[in-house]
Design a protein around this ligand. Sequence first.
Ligand code: BJW
Ligand code: ZN
Length: 263
Amino acid sequence: MKHPYQDIPATLARALQAARRVVVFTGAGVSAESGIATFRDALTGLWSRFDAQALATPEAFRSHPDIVWGWYEWRRAQVLRAQPNAAHRAIARLARHVPELAVVTQNVDDLHERAGSVGVAHLHGSLHAPRCSACDAPHAFADGTPREPEEGRRIDPPACMRCGAPVRPGVVWFGESLPADAWEAAIRAAEQCDLLLSIGTSARVYPAAELPQRALAAGATVAQINPAATPLDARAHHNLRGAAAEIMPRLLASAGFEPPENP
Ligand code: BJW
Ligand code: ZN
């Protein structure tokens, strides 16, 4: 009978067992099996259907706030309907088995938290934390759930309660700086870890894509989990080809952290 973790390299299983500090660095692919679209996958990625410059830049919000706000409300509605998958759950369970686990995500959803991860560093912000475009005051969604917007619907952003300016999505657009606290924590964790797992990211968007490189430069083992090749393949110690929700439970089992699923 095929062991469910026989394709996990023994050297990686041992590295995970021995690691004291682990960084899990995730991208859109970790939420793909929850039904959330990635950005750069050729047929299904958001950027294959939508123009990033017209939606994910400060200039786009200034020119057409209703188009941009409507698009993010459409995406927020999808996230609220989605559930964490086996990869999010395995990452949350991993925290029980390693002395220090840092979860650093580029994702703007809250599926890591809903799976049970705590202290997640959100490098690109959150769909659930809008703020004023002028004074930065946080904005609370009235009822927590968006109107069910259909794709392409224009919705005027709410006005800031403090200064009246339009409220903007709490995400990091192209050309904007990353939140300093999350970025500094992520750099520290990457430079001090024994093992970094880069899961479901195309590793193309900077500065986030520096993190595996910083971990490598500091002597850590780096393993990638992704069905497709990325620019990191040439430098990572391990490239596990496949879906995160399938590989992550097997990776935990391979380190003896949990009984394998469906033996
Ligand atoms: C699976 C799977 C499964 C599928 N299991 N895996 C040259 C030109 C222009 C700009 C630049 C440039 N060089 C550098 C820049 C800067 C720019 C950048 O990096 N651009 C590159 C794209 C070239 N970066 C920035 O602008 C950043 N800020 C910055 O640099 O500030 C400094 C500065 C300040 C002032 C002036 C100038 C500079 C900010 C970047 C913000 C990124 N924002 C977005 C949108 C967030 C909001 C939103 O959600 O709408 O963040 S873009 C998008 O990409 C999103 C993601 O977090 C980010 C990363 O994408 P990710 O997660 O890797 O997704 P994909 O789709 O790319 O990959 C998914 C992967 O999953 C694939 O590999 C699949 O194979 C895999 N997969 N199913 C496991 N089941
Ligand atoms: Zn304001």
